[in-house]
Design a protein around this ligand. Structure first.
Ligand code: 5GP
Length: 180
């Protein structure tokens, strides 16, 4: 699997340092509160488990599964709710934990959905932000890294459901796409 990687963008150690920094920022923001922290499956799974343990604050955790990519490298433009949270968020502080914000469509869908359900506040923590890809207005409050407009894999992020278990974030060799 490592042989498919052209270059490493963020090492395991750099990711861990970003997680520690974000954990402190989030703990300060929610001091005295118990937010509902919602991880977006499957991409945010490793980030979610790391960030939750880096935040010294009470919290409830839940997961939501949405799909917008369908195994390709370009966004389809539609967002589908595959599996909902089972926490009542009416009147609650919600923190969405995302792997990457690209066009912003997935995030906009989640922000609208949680606002409709009466969340008293909604904030977003994303490991990666790709501002150049933005098609709709949906911004994050806590950002690990701003990434160039490249397709990245690892630490939860997939290409065709593979590479999620890489411990770092990298860019695939071009032949991996062309051979598929
Ligand atoms: P958006 O709705 O902002 O366009 O995209 C959000 C979702 O698209 C992310 O949660 C992620 O699953 C996928 N995505 C966007 N950019 C990338 C990328 O560079 N690599 C991978 N593996 N997935 C991406």
């Amino acid at each position: 699997m490592n042989n498919d990687i052209l270059k490493v963008l963020y090492s395991k150690e750099e990711i861990q340092a970003a997680v520690e920094r974000l954990g402190k920022e989030i703990a300060q923001t929610y001091a005295g509160k118990t937010p509902v922290v919602v991880g977006v499956l499957k991409g945010a799974i490793f980030f979610m488990t790391d960030i939750a343990r880096a935040v010294d604050s009470y919290m409830q955790i839940d997961f939501i599964d949405v799909s917008s990519y369908h195994g390709a490298t370009e966004s389809s433009g539609t967002v589908e709710l595959l599996q909902d949270i089972n926490t009542d968020i009416d009147g609650r502080d919600v923190l969405i934990v995302e792997d990457i914000v690209d066009t912003g469509r997935t995030l906009k869908f989640l922000l609208d959905t949680f606002a409709d359900r009466g969340a008293s506040s909604i904030k977003v923590c994303t490991l990666l932000d790709k501002p150049a890809g933005r098609a709709v207005d949906a911004e994050s409050d806590f950002i690990g890294f701003k990434v160039p407009n490249e397709f990245v894999v690892g630490y939860g992020l997939d290409y065709d459901e593979k590479y999620r278990n890489l411990p770092y974030i990298g860019v695939l060799k071009p032949e991996i796409y062309t051979n598929n």
